[in-house]
Design a protein around this ligand. Structure first.
Ligand code: SAM
Length: 345
């Protein structure tokens, strides 16, 4: 009897289907906002199951649109669902859903790239970083146009323990274009290994859950979609500032098919390039002939630690950007070219 009552409280009263909501409010998909809707509740339920047990959970859903995934989150027993949607056309449909789940759903009109999630949930749900994760989840069938900048922003916040990570190791269950999902989960040495793989995996356990064929969405995107689950690590595998790690990883992957030495060299000004690159690789004990895709996370850790030490010893090195040096050189060349022309005149 108790079990039946429990189940009943998660059930939503009869509502128009998502297809009917789309027709009712004339919700034509906007390409600009990467709108591809999921109408099949079995699929939205499956995405939500990847988040784990949502009973009494606080959830932020990114881009609820017509609300299919939102219904699955509410059905899974979440106590407090904050949905952040940029497109006001969805508000009446979301309002209908919120009335069907009184006190359990809050609607925010806003841009998830700037939305302050740290203000979205009560302080008492916070756990310390080393503790078990808080009962707070971020879930979203992400708009393709923002999925990569958004995950990079969240990884940086994870590293700094800001935003939704002020509450502890908040877990994320998100969709990406299949190719991006593959990059996020790619292991050392694999073809898809990239900057994104290293940046995500040094901070989280990243799990590829399943693939959704493009035909499951309305309208159908040209690519398939991967569902990825992230749990922040209690001990990040690299203990250096995010921006420093990002700089090393970006440089290392600059020449993907070449030896890693070639990209890492560009961390240093031309006048000290050979000497400091050798010192970096020697003190990190990394083989200069490895391809960027073959560098493991522990080797990236050694590179980050060695580079940080070199920055302490060489003033201004941390701010060095080879592109800036190159730009200045080009400008100087152009200037000297035009002053020559001036002489001829
Ligand atoms: N969750 C719905 C579903 O699964 O059917 C819709 C998913 S659709 C791929 C992406 C949703 O994100 C759309 O509703 C779109 O309006 C919204 N969106 C796009 N950019 C956004 C942004 N910067 N902030 C918040 N929502 C955004």
């Amino acid at each position: 009897m108790a079990a039946t009552q429990k189940l009943a409280c998660y059930r939503l009263p009869p509502l128009p289907t998502i297809g009917e909501i789309i027709k009712l409010y004339n919700l034509r998909a906007e390409k600009q906002l990467s709108q591809n809707f999921l109408l099949d509740m079995r699929l939205t339920d499956k995405i939500v199951r990847q988040a784990g047990n949502l009973k009494d959970a606080h959830v932020c859903e990114v881009g609820p649109g017509p609300g299919g995934l939102t219904r699955s989150i509410l059905k899974a027993g979440a106590a407090d669902v904050l949905v952040v949607e940029k497109d006001t056309r969805f508000m009446p449909g979301l309002q209908l859903l919120s009335e069907a789940a009184p006190g359990r759903m809050r609607i925010a009109h806003g841009d998830i790239l700037t939305y302050r999630l740290e203000k979205g949930f009560p302080a008492h749900i916070a756990k310390t970083w080393e503790d078990v994760p808080p009962n707070l989840h971020i879930i979203g069938n992400l708009p393709f146009s923002v999925s990569t900048p958004l995950i990079i922003k969240w990884l940086e916040q994870m590293s700094n323990r800001t935003g939704s990570f002020m509450f502890g190791r908040t877990r994320l269950t998100l969709t990406f274009q299949k190719e991006v999902a593959e990059r996020l989960t790619a292991s050392t040495g694999s073809r898809q290994r990239s900057r994104l793989s290293v940046m995500a995996q040094y901070l989280c356990t990243v799990k590829s859950c399943f693939t959704i064929p493009g035909r499951a969405f309305v309208p159908k995107p040209i690519v398939d979609v991967g569902v990825v689950h992230f749990t922040p690590l209690a001990q990040p595998q690299i203990q250096q500032p995010f921006k420093l790690v990002e700089k090393i990883v970006k440089n290392a992957f600059q020449f993907r098919r070449k030896h890693c030495r070639r990209g890492l060299e560009m961390l240093f000004p031309e006048c000290q390039r050979q000497e400091l690159t050798e010192e970096l690789l020697r003190s990190a004990d990394v083989d200069p002939t490895l391809r960027p895709t073959e560098i493991s996370i522990s080797e990236f850790r050694a590179l980050a630690d060695a580079y940080s030490k070199l920055c302490e010893e060489n003033q201004g090195l941390i701010d060095y950007e080879f592109r800036e040096e190159l730009k200045l050189k080009h400008q100087a060349k152009r200037r000297s070219g035009s002053s020559h022309k001036g002489l001829h005149l």
